[in-house]
Design a protein around this ligand. Structure first.
Ligand code: BGC
Length: 752
């Protein structure tokens, strides 16, 4: 009797598996999904809504003990829809095989990973890339990342992070596009296009994720995971637009966020997920929770236990549970108790299956498992050349007194100081899961590659101990062993290049800081070197804006070099020695002092903008209101001048205008200018910021060349969201500014 049952089971199982193939062969995508759905048990449906972290041992059978054993069983019984952090063709194939060949319905897994700025070959960190303002290069960088990650078996990235943030203390600013909604939205679109391409079923495109929905970048005090408490105007006008743009670009998935927004944890927020995203915006992909965020609703004081968390998250529209175990453990019970209608479960499963279908996984679950591609398309020369281009364009020249830069190639006696100059790992930045340590070109190697002579004095050791999650980065606060040698050598050098900043893991998730100076003894060393040699070029490698106020007052040249990825050193050297004319512009304001944070250019005016002689205006008594370097700022080795701004109203009814401005390269080297257009809506039913970016253009001009740039604006740029989330345009006076930075004063006012 038992043997008979087993036989029936095996036959059913084989039959079902063949069914998937048959369905895939013959039906339209929607029919296939509906047929599949009709065959699924409630356990299998919930299974699709479960995502596990990887646990596979690629060289042997699945582990047989503990949690891993249970997870493996869940794979075999169709109770897992996706895994994250499994990569490499062999690993992916092995795991996919279990699901496809052993589970009853053989529904393929979707493999997710944080492919944030490249995979093995790394582009600059996203904040740095954003400083290029070059949407084509940013799109190409995401495309290269997709090409590499898919060659390693991955078909879903948890990127782009489109969280706007105005707070440099928050370590995750490195992962976003900075403080501005217009730039951030354009970059979000470019990244989605890069990852997903035109054809999701191709083998070299990935499903992308807009994260973290929503307001994660507004964590109070810049402390990661902290509460976000923002008003509706900021929510609609600053936080949400990049997410909406991702939906318009056809993004496959969203990730909700860890934070509470107005008292509701995002994972359990019905308004955000059901009403807005899936309702008003018509998003047809699926939402994955952030890591354990369903479970965290217990600590938020919103769910009483894990079962309640499952109910709240699923009801709110969170389709897939990343590592909370809430759905696998409790969702069935919650459905059976009638706390969640079956239609909602079906809706989630349909959404997940649809993305798998779009990726072509039903036609070929192993389509990303091509060992030859893995060997030839990852970390190859083509990719390394590609990331060099964007690395060069991401560098921002902050100061260049007396044109001390670029360095003349035959300059005698150049001294390089700072451990980061020799570091081949820090420049890779945070979020570099697929890459290997020591694979970036260091600054020293970059200078070497240009054939230039220099001496190197370590000066101060920045990092001690191992860099890993447990040990973290240790900052040297006491060992001044290298000081003496560095100071002696600096005294006799013609020029000193000091490479200072943060270690690659001092920004990123969980790495919030209250101090935004150079960690450890670096500032002290800088000051001591400046006493013996004034010819210093400071190269700042950091994952966020740092406070460079002392340096700005005392050091003639400052280069913002972020963490630029695999070709970091080459890019930096090319700017230092003039092979590349710097053209980056800041995507975030650099504060003068931490006390100014959050600081951003598109602020409201307040009722007391000042300045005046009395004390009662909106200011600090110990610091100016202005940032040290504003949003949009960046110098070049040449000079650009703007003139002749003129505005034409091209359509009075539709409120369309054309803004022309002449731009000239006045210097004797070719260069690129990022020309920017800002507006100020003078009077509105909701107070508008003193300036808002509404257009930008890259102008590559030869020495002495001029051009006329034309910007077009319509209601979609001139309008705004009211406090009910409706986009409106209001007639009245608009001041239109153009220039090379957000502090431009060149403007004309029009009445519309
Ligand atoms: C992060 C997400 C990330 C996820 C998976 C979380 O801790 O907040 O951005 O995608 O982990 O690695």
């Amino acid at each position: 009797m038992r043997i008979l049952t087993l036989l029936v089971f095996i036959l059913t199982f084989i039959g079902c598996n063949k069914n998937v193939q048959k369905i895939a062969d013959t039906k339209s995508p929607t029919d296939r999904i509906e047929i599949l759905l009709s065959k699924m048990t409630i356990e299998e449906k919930i299974g699709q809504m479960v995502q596990y972290n990887g646990f596979w041992d690629s060289t042997g059978p699945a582990p047989s003990e503990g949690d891993s054993k249970k997870k493996y069983e869940h794979l075999r019984t169709g109770q897992v829809g996706s895994v994250l952090n499994v990569s490499g063709v062999e690993n992916v194939r092995n795991m996919q095989k279990v699901v496809v060949e052993e589970s009853r319905l053989g529904i393929p897994l979707i493999f997710g990973l944080d492919v944030i700025h490249g995979h093995k070959t790394l582009s600059p960190i996203p904040l740095a890339e954003s400083a290029s303002w070059d949407l084509e290069l940013i799109e190409a960088s995401a495309r290269m990342a997709a090409k590499e990650a898919t060659a390693r078996g991955i078909n879903w990235t948890f990127a782009p992070m489109v969280d706007i943030s105005r707070d440099a203390r928050w370590g995750r600013v490195m992962e976003g596009a900075g403080e501005d909604v217009f730039l951030g939205t354009a970059i979000a679109r470019a990244r989605v296009r890069g990852f997903q391409g035109n054809d999701l079923s191709a083998t070299n495109t990935l499903a992308a994720t807009a994260k973290h929905f929503a307001a994660y970048g507004f964590a109070e005090s810049g402390r990661d995971y902290n509460t976000a408490d923002i008003g509706t105007s900021t929510l609609y006008n600053v936080v949400l637009p990049p997410f909406k743009a991702c939906v318009e670009e056809g993004i496959c998935t969203f990730m909700n966020s860890f934070n509470v927004l107005n008292g509701i944890p995002a994972t359990g927020d019905k308004f955000l997920q059901r009403e807005l995203l899936k309702g008003k915006w018509n998003f047809d992909g699926f939402i994955v929770s952030d890591w354990g965020s369903a479970n965290e609703m217990i600590d938020h004081g919103y769910a009483k236990d894990l079962k309640h968390a499952a109910e709240l998250a699923a009801n709110a529209g969170s389709d897939m549970d990343m590592e909370s175990y809430a759905y696998i453990k409790h969702l069935k019970e919650v459905v059976e108790e009638g706390k969640i209608p079956m239609e909602l479960i079906d809706d989630s499963v349909r959404r997940i299956l649809k993305i798998k279908e779009k990726l072509g996984l039903f036609d070929d679950p192993y389509k990303y498992c091509d060992i030859d591609r893995e060997k030839t398309q990852v970390f190859n020369q083509e990719n390394k050349d590609e990331v060099l281009e964007i690395a060069k364009k991401s560098i921002v020249l902050l100061k260049n007194e007396n044109n001390i830069l670029p360095i003349k190639k035959d300059q005698q006696n150049i001294l390089v100081i700072g451990e980061l100059a020799a570091d081949k790992t820090s420049p890779l930045g945070s979020w570099r899961i697929g890459s290997d340590d020591n694979t970036a070109t260091s600054v020293l190697e970059g200078i070497d590659n240009l054939g230039i002579d220099y001496h190197f004095s370590n000066g101060v050791k920045l990092v001690e101990g191992n860099v890993d999650f447990i040990n973290e980065v240790k900052i040297n606060e006491s060992d001044k062993t290298g000081f003496e040698e560095a100071i002696t050598n600096a005294a006799s050098a013609d020029l000193v290049i000091m490479v200072l900043g943060e270690h690659g893991f001092q920004s990123g998730e969980g790495r919030s800081r209250t101090k935004l100076g150079f960690p450890g003894l670096q500032q002290e060393l800088l000051e001591q070197i400046a006493e013996v040699n004034k010819n210093i070029i400071l190269v700042n490698m950091s994952g966020r804006p740092l406070v460079l106020t002392w340096a700005d007052e005392n050091i003639p040249a400052i280069v913002q070099a972020w963490q630029l990825g695999t070709r970091s050193g080459d890019a930096i050297a090319s700017v230092l020695f003039g092979e590349q004319n710097p053209c980056g512009k800041l995507p975030m304001s650099f504060p003068r002092s931490v006390g100014q944070v959050p600081i951003y250019y598109n602020k409201l005016n307040t009722g007391r903008p000042g300045p005046n002689e009395l004390v009662f205006w909106s200011h600090y008594i110990d610091e100016s209101n202005d940032p040290l370097y504003p949003f949009g700022y960046g110098l070049s080795y040449t000079d650009f001048t703007y003139s002749n701004v003129n505005i034409q109203i091209t359509d009075t009814l539709k409120h369309e205008i054309k803004v022309n401005v002449d731009l000239k390269n006045n210097g004797d080297v070719d260069g690129r200018e990022v020309a920017q257009l800002y507006i100020r809506d003078k009077v509105a039913s909701v107070s508008r910021p003193i300036k808002e970016l509404k257009g930008f253009q890259l102008a590559d001009l030869k020495a002495g060349e001029s051009t006329t740039l034309t910007f077009k604006l319509s209601e979609s740029e001139l309008g705004f969201y009211d406090n009910n989330g409706n986009f409106i345009f209001e007639s009245g006076e608009f001041e239109i500014f153009v220039g090379g930075s957000s502090d431009t004063k060149m403007s004309k006012t029009i009445e519309l």
